[in-house]
Design a protein. Sequence first.
Length: 277
Amino acid sequence: MEQLRTWIGREEERHDLLGEGLLARFRATLESRVAESEGIAPRGVHWCLCTPEDAMSALGGDGHPRTGGFLPPVPLPRRMWTSGSVDFLAPLRSGAAIRRRSRVAAVSEKRSRSGATVFVELDHLTFADDAPAVRERQTLVWREAAAGMQALPGSGGADLSDWEFTRSRIPSAPLLFRYSALTFNAHRIHYDLPYAQHDEGYPALVVQAPLLATLLLGHAATRGNPSDPARFSFRAVAPAYAGQLLHLAGRETGGGTDLAAIDNDGRRLMEARLEPR
């Protein structure tokens, strides 16, 4: 563990261009129903920018780039993006030159009866035409191999009466595939069903955490809550699966908007909060 902590403070910088082609593919994938101001990119598109560009030979068996470069070489097989907080400092505009500066902020370990878990926290600052636009804290987690396959949600029916506005949808395998392409994310749990089931213990393809977060952002935006947010935070509680009914729920409280992704058994899969400017 002490060796992994030597990665704290390590930095990298990536560059990109927010082009109309990417924006068109993003809109086609998310099928947003939100009206956008001319030239301003939809919220969440920053997760599709400054993506890893590792060669095929640099990928591990799970499809992720092998660790030991920017990220510490965590010796655990299952990796997930579990939470994040995003400060929207300024709008991203079509045609902007993008630069993202990233830093390993913290490395920690927890042990329980289910085994070891390692958390790596990353700080990202995204610039658009050299002006700060998005500040983000991202938490990744590594876990030990699954003891067995997890169960799919049942058909009990979720009670959504506590929520003010809801929308239901079934994430499809093509949606996951397109989003993986947008983010250049080759993690096989999102498109390779035999791998997801037999190697990582998931009963179906797993919905990407930033995709789920983007769906919640879009759900809030359909109500104009708020149209110019200052901060968005989210925490993945349990996996969401392709082919399974998913409820997006929101309610206004405490001057902001509480959001959740809920499965058909009523279990919360992601909790989120949107704060106005």
